[in-house]
Design a protein around this ligand. Structure first.
Ligand SMILES: [Zn+2]
Length: 129
């Protein structure tokens, strides 16, 4: 993993809420006090075997015992690598934040991070040329 990929992982883990990502993929969650439950996208067992801990930002299925963080979730769901998953999550995060910025601060952070990412990409391109 290079520095750029490390930064993306860091960014995604800090900003992507697992519940939002799960729901983004069309999985309905019943929100309870500390966690949410729903049908597992991996084993699709009856009953709410799939749980998401809001505090720990991890998921676990009592049916098939799949579990992990937001990056693992995206990677397993799409059958892609963790790095690819991190890139996709970054895209999803931008999409979600543009729809509902929540507060001004998140939007400012988003703008800053886009700028930072573009600058880094340009830096990488300069090195190649
Ligand atoms: Zn399952």
């Amino acid at each position: 993993m290079n520095d750029f990929e490390f930064n993306i992982f860091h960014h995604v883990k800090r900003n992507s809420k697992l519940e939002d990502i799960v729901e983004y993929h069309g999985i309905k969650l019943k929100r309870e006090k500390e966690y949410s439950k729903g049908t597992c996208p991996f084993c699709k067992k009856e009953g709410d075997t799939f749980t998401v801990s809001r505090k720990k930002e991890v998921f676990y299925c009592f049916g098939c015992h799949e579990g992990g963080d937001v990056i693992t979730f995206q990677a397993k769901l799409k059958e892609i690598t963790q790095v690819e998953a991190a890139y996709e999550l970054k895209e999803i995060w931008f999409e979600l934040i543009q729809k509902d910025p929540g507060d001004k601060q998140s939007l400012e952070i988003a703008k800053f991070e886009v700028k930072e990412t573009i600058e880094k990409l340009c830096g990488l391109l300069d090195m190649i040329e």
